[in-house]
Design a binder for this molecule. Structure first.
Ligand SMILES: [Zn+2]
Length: 345
């Protein structure tokens, strides 16, 4: 079926089928070109085909479909010619078959019929299979796939994208108008990190479900939303940037980065949540270091039971960075920037 609007179909359809067909069209099911060789003609799906129209509308004979007449190939007899007798034998409901048959034959484009009459076509066997012609973003062109439920499912899921309300929240908070491409890279931060712990931390932070006192209080798990050290509301901004506890850690990170030539990093929540120059691959390593840094702060926060017991955040952060530096060496995955940062310690 390659129609591009539902009104091309005869009769009214239940809502469910309308939605299915709409999805089909969005998937690229309506994209097709005029066949140029006989085998392409023979594999054309007859029903709902925009090239096989009677009085401007594609045809749709339900009882023909039920009897397995789906492709042009199904109209051909053993000698590979369109045959009324052959079709007659296949049909169960023969009430109006002759009129239907001639309407169909009349609707098939002349060029196609000429291709079917060629010697090559008459001497060849053609196998029909259900294919989906869709636009492939990566290959930048149309591709044909064997149409399976799995393919359709994956395709529909990849098409379904609901903008997270967190995008609006973070954009407003940081007063930044991130583009769709930037958001894609920001969300990919969580998925591209190999280590699950780090990925989960960033994912939870992005979705505002990483527990801080403000959230714990909102969830009725804490008596108040205040930082145990500074006695001010403990949101992410406070916990990761403003709190007295994390100042030394920030000083260490900024000076370590400055020593290796990166001077634009300063204490700021934005860098931890949405990364630094997120669309540029050159900063991928830096963004990973920022996430390890966030992890170090949060680990210290949990270890000290929300800062109730003394702890050196700087030491924990250093340990986390060095641990990963060693770990990646054994994994044969080198982060050169991380090595440089660790060399400054
Ligand atoms: Zn504090």
């Amino acid at each position: 079926m390659n129609i591009d609007k539902l009104s091309d179909l005869p009769g009214s359809l239940p809502l469910f089928y309308k939605q299915v067909l709409n999805s089909w069209m969005q998937c690229g099911g309506c994209h097709s070109e005029h066949p140029r060789i006989f085998s392409e003609v023979r594999t054309q799906f007859i029903w709902g085909n925009r090239f096989i129209c009677f009085r401007g509308k594609p045809l749709f004979y339900k009882h023909w479909m039920k009897k397995g007449i789906l492709y042009i190939n199904d109209l051909l007899n053993d000698a590979n010619c369109i045959s009324a007798d052959f079709v007659y034998q296949k049909l169960h409901d023969k009430t109006n078959w002759l009129a239907e048959f001639y309407t169909l034959v009349h609707s098939i484009p002349k060029e196609w019929k000429m291709l079917l009459q060629t010697r090559e076509s008459r001497l060849s066997k053609v196998k029909c299979r259900f294919v989906l012609r869709r636009y492939d973003q990566r290959r930048k062109g149309f591709v044909q796939d064997k149409c399976t439920s799995r393919l359709l499912y994956d395709y529909l899921v990849s098409k379904k994208y609901t903008k997270s309300y967190m995008e609006t929240t973070w954009s407003r908070k940081f007063n930044c108008n991130y583009s769709g491409c930037e958001w894609k890279c920001i969300w990919n931060l969580s998925t591209n990190i190999q280590e699950r712990k780090l990925a989960m931390l960033h994912f939870k932070m992005m979705h505002n479900i990483l527990p801080c006192k403000l959230l714990l209080h909102r969830w009725r798990l804490a008596d108040n939303p205040l930082c145990n050290v500074c006695n001010t509301t403990e949101d992410y901004e406070h916990l990761f940037v403003q709190c007295k506890q994390v100042q030394d850690a920030w000083k260490f990170l900024c000076s370590a980065l400055a020593q290796i030539g990166i001077e634009n990093i300063y204490p700021c929540l934005k860098f931890l949540v949405t990364g630094y120059k997120i669309t540029q691959p050159a900063y991928t390593e830096l963004n990973e270091i920022l996430i390890i840094f966030t992890f170090g702060i949060f680990k210290s926060y949990c270890m000290s039971n929300n800062w109730s017991t003394p702890i050196s955040v700087k030491t924990i952060v250093k340990r986390e960075l060095c641990f990963r530096n060693e770990y990646y060496k054994t994994e044969r995955r080198r982060l050169y920037l991380l090595k440089k940062v660790c060399d400054t310690i």
